[in-house]
Design a protein around this ligand. Structure first.
Ligand SMILES: Cc1ncc(COP(=O)(O)O)c(C=O)c1O
Length: 439
């Protein structure tokens, strides 16, 4: 006899994140091609995973801490929170007490906790990272979409934000992701100040997702919203992107200045009820990843430069394809590719909505894996695709850059040709996709 197990309505509001499912499919095909050969391989522009090895010091520290089987502090162990505070001061000019730091099992969970605890409507810019809106919906709230325009480099325009907030009542929480996934844009200090003025005026809180901060190509261009709007900002970050340790599942949150004990206790209560603590050996290992360490600085330097070479060059090449328009990233490992000039041609081929663009690009003979449509939180009429430029052997690229730093554009082109050959082939197939539309 089989039970008909009833499911809660809210679980139906979650969809399997498309980037993860496509990412797994691409990884399986890459493996098959390497092991037994294959007729075709996918171009993995969908999944946003750092391609580099976890820093040696972090790996070593994890193996040294495997004995730590005890439960630990739900907010995060003290030594780790102190190390995170020191790291925030050094890198982001965020002078905060460790008391304002919460450590959680990945940034995603931390973001979910903020949405769960703060009684506010969540404003999500469009386009945005795939992760925010399902979590808001799961909590029974409806996210408010704030449209961004290419004319404004897909940044939040303070005047438009002001008009948007003028029409609102009640408490709002604005999601700001800087550097941005999917566009790669990085906000200037003045732009953050202007957004702050508007948020102060309306009493709007900000969730500043800064998980790509240390991948900003010209690091001096990154400014943390936590330092500009300290009283109203939750800053989230973690080990997943700049230290290539997504699977370690460790994220951090800096709570707003003058956080009440009620707010902090709410995080601790929820953490204790949901997962007790972040895996103790991971927390102990992570202390190492947050402490002052020249080898870690070298790691950040090399990896951000490789991201820059890949991102700038590939987006430039996309911009040379007639009918396409790519953002030029200034941080992170994504850019947004706009197919809207080809809208009529796409519709003629039966690609009616942006959700159908990704399957069309993935289909034979193109095999280009991307995420589009609702997975980048855009309207069905907006034919834009997120391109993630991490489909290469990060270990080989890292070693090569370390022994042979790239000095100029010509050397970078050679580096791209050597390490990004598979992605360059993907762009050739993209050209063919566009040419086929034009026929
Ligand atoms: C913008 C953004 N925020 C948060 C996350 C989640 O990070 P974590 O692996 O720490 O949960 C991601 C992961 O892709 C992301 O791109």
């Amino acid at each position: 006899m089989s039970f008909n197990i009833p499911l809660e309505d809210n679980i139906g509001k979650l969809v399997m994140p498309e980037n993860l499912s496509i990412g797994m499919m691409v990884a399986r095909q890459h493996k098959k091609c390497q092991e037994i050969g294959c007729e075709f391989d996918y171009y993995g522009f969908a999944f946003g995973q750092s391609p580099f090895p976890v820093p040696d010091a972090l790996q070593k520290s994890l193996s040294e801490n495997s004995h730590a089987g005890h439960y630990s502090d739900s907010a995060g162990i003290n030594d780790l929170r102190e190390a995170v505070a020191g790291f925030n001061l050094k890198h982001f000019a965020l002078d905060i007490s460790p008391e304002r730091i919460i450590v959680g099992p990945g940034t995603k969970t931390i973001i979910f906790m903020i949405f769960s605890i703060v009684k506010a409507n969540v404003i999500i810019p469009s386009p945005s990272w795939i992760g925010y809106s399902p979590l808001v919906k799961f909590l029974g709230k409806e996210p408010l979409s704030f449209p961004l325009s290419p004319e404004n480099d897909y940044k939040i325009d303070p005047g438009e934000l002001d008009s948007f907030l003028n029409k609102r009542s009640g408490h709002d929480l604005l999601v700001l992701n800087n550097p941005n996934n999917p566009t790669g844009v990085v906000y200037k200090r003045d732009e953050l100040k202007q957004i702050t003025e508007i948020c102060r005026k309306h009493g709007t809180l900000v969730l500043s997702d800064e998980i790509y901060a240390l991948t900003t190509y010209e690091l001096e261009n990154f400014h943390s919203m936590g330092a500009i709007y300290p009283e109203g900002t939750f800053v989230t970050n973690g080990l997943s992107k700049d230290r290539s340790a997504g699977g370690y599942r460790l994220g951090t949150c800096v709570l707003p200045e003058q956080t009440t004990s009620k707010l902090k206790d709410s995080f601790i209560k929820l953490a204790a009820s949901l997962y007790s603590n972040v895996t103790t050996p991971i927390q102990l290992a992570a202390i190492n990843a947050y402490q002052e360490n020249p080898r870690m600085e070298e790691y950040f330097h090399i990896t951000r430069n490789i991201h820059r070479i890949m991102g700038k060059n590939l987006s430039e090449k996309c911009n040379q394809i007639e009918g396409l328009k790519a953002t030029v990233p200034a941080g992170g490992f994504y850019f947004l590719l706009d197919f809207n000039q080809l809208g009529d041609k796409l519709r003629e081929k039966g690609i009616i909505s942006s959700d159908e663009l990704a399957p069309a690009l993935l289909a034979h003979p193109y095999h280009i894996a991307t995420v589009t449509g609702r997975s980048v939180f855009v309207a069905p009429t907006n034919f834009s695709a997120r391109i993630s430029f991490v489909d290469y052997d990060g270990k080989a690229a890292y070693q090569d850059y370390k022994t042979n730093p790239q000095e100029n554009k010509a050397e970078e082109e050679k580096f791209l040709a050597k390490h990004g050959a598979h992605m360059l082939s993907g762009l050739n197939d993209l050209k063919e996709f566009v040419a086929h539309l034009m026929e």
